[in-house]
Design a protein around this ligand. Structure first.
Ligand code: NAD
Length: 294
């Protein structure tokens, strides 16, 4: 049996570590980390995600502010709100939940967030700093994967890492992080995407396979080298009448058959997913303690 990389437990460990640091800060009379989230509109999934982030802040002793805006809000009003939070010295980190309504430019809003408060790691400043291997806020999902590799002591140096998917929030930063000079890193990286030819043959040569293409159970056992480490980022709901909720979650990897060949694998649910909130909280702690920008 492979090692099951347990994101649920690891994320709880990280939250406990952050909560312990918050308790220390409190006893020293220091400033409690404060995260602000802007949520535009009433999208169900977005409300759930933001709700979970606010709840996690509460659990570990952070302060949080949720700013809700109607989906009819103008771009100017949203930019003004971002600016107001940028200038509020009490708030350490700011996230704007995506997606935004079509009439609002995600680029303009992202670019407005002060890099020092950009705990989602989406601004050009933080993406650039990450690429330069400078201190940076790394986006939550790639950061969560890095932390899992570290805590499970997965060897990455000199390994061939194949990343499937080149999105700005997962695949692309993951490829940069795995190639950089450090640990985890120093891997030889192949970044694959929808135009890649011979994906199966390339995947078969991966010592570490990071899968983030958003297609249910796309990666099958015949695409995986025996002994590979497989990180599954995908999340999909499929109907399942045997569940009380009526659905279950699956990933981009066909877990049962790939687990038989892999040396280590992340499950879905309970793998990469739970790590994202822990990463966001960690970035907010770094922001409050001025650890990235000094
Ligand atoms: P995306 O749709 O933005 O990007 C998908 C990428 O996959 C693209 O770069 C595309 O070129 C590539 N791709 C598509 N079809 C391909 C194919 N047949 N072969 C090779 N490459 C192909 O997706 P994303 O935002 O990176 O998310 C990917 C998956 O991860 C989704 O299922 C999403 O729900 C999930 N996700 C999970 C978390 C988490 O917390 N676990 C976070 C973000 C995204």
């Amino acid at each position: 049996m492979p090692t099951i990389i347990d994101g649920k437990k690891t994320s709880q460990d990280i939250k406990n570590e952050i909560a312990a640091r918050v308790a220390e800060i409190k006893s020293e009379g220091g400033k409690i980390p404060h995260l602000a989230a802007i949520l535009v509109g009433n999208d169900g999934a977005s409300q759930t995600y933001v709700g979970a982030k606010v709840k996690a802040c509460h659990e570990i002793g952070f302060e949080s502010t949720l700013v809700r805006m109607e989906d009819t809000v103008s771009e100017e009003e949203l930019l003004a709100k971002v600016e107001e939070i940028n200038e509020n010295p009490d708030i350490d980190g700011l996230i704007v939940q995506l997606p935004l309504p079509k009439h609002i430019s995600v680029e303009k809003v992202t670019d407005k967030i002060k890099p020092e408060k950009d705990v989602d790691g989406f601004t050009p400043a933080n993406v650039g700093r990450m690429a330069l291997n400078w201190p940076a806020y790394v986006a939550a999902t790639p950061y969560g994967i890095v932390e899992l590799l570290k805590r499970y002591q997965i060897e990455t140096s000199g390994k061939h890492c194949v990343v499937i998917g080149r999105s700005h929030i997962v695949g692309s930063p993951m490829s940069i992080l795995m190639a950089r000079n450090g640990y985890p890193g120093n891997a030889t990286v192949t970044l694959t995407h929808s135009r890649t030819q011979n994906l199966k043959e390339i995947a078969q040569t991966a010592d570490i396979l990071i899968v983030a293409l958003g297609k249910p159970e796309f990666v099958t056992a015949d695409m995986v080298k025996p002994g590979a480490v497989v990180i599954d980022v995908g999340i999909h709901r499929v109907e399942d009448s045997s569940k009380k909720s009526g659905f279950r979650l699956i990933g981009d990897v066909k877990f049962d058959e790939v687990a038989e060949k892999a040396s280590a694998i992340t499950p879905v649910p309970g793998g990469v997913g739970p790590m994202t909130i822990a990463s966001l909280l960690y970035n907010t702690l770094l922001a409050a303690e001025r650890k990235v920008y000094g």
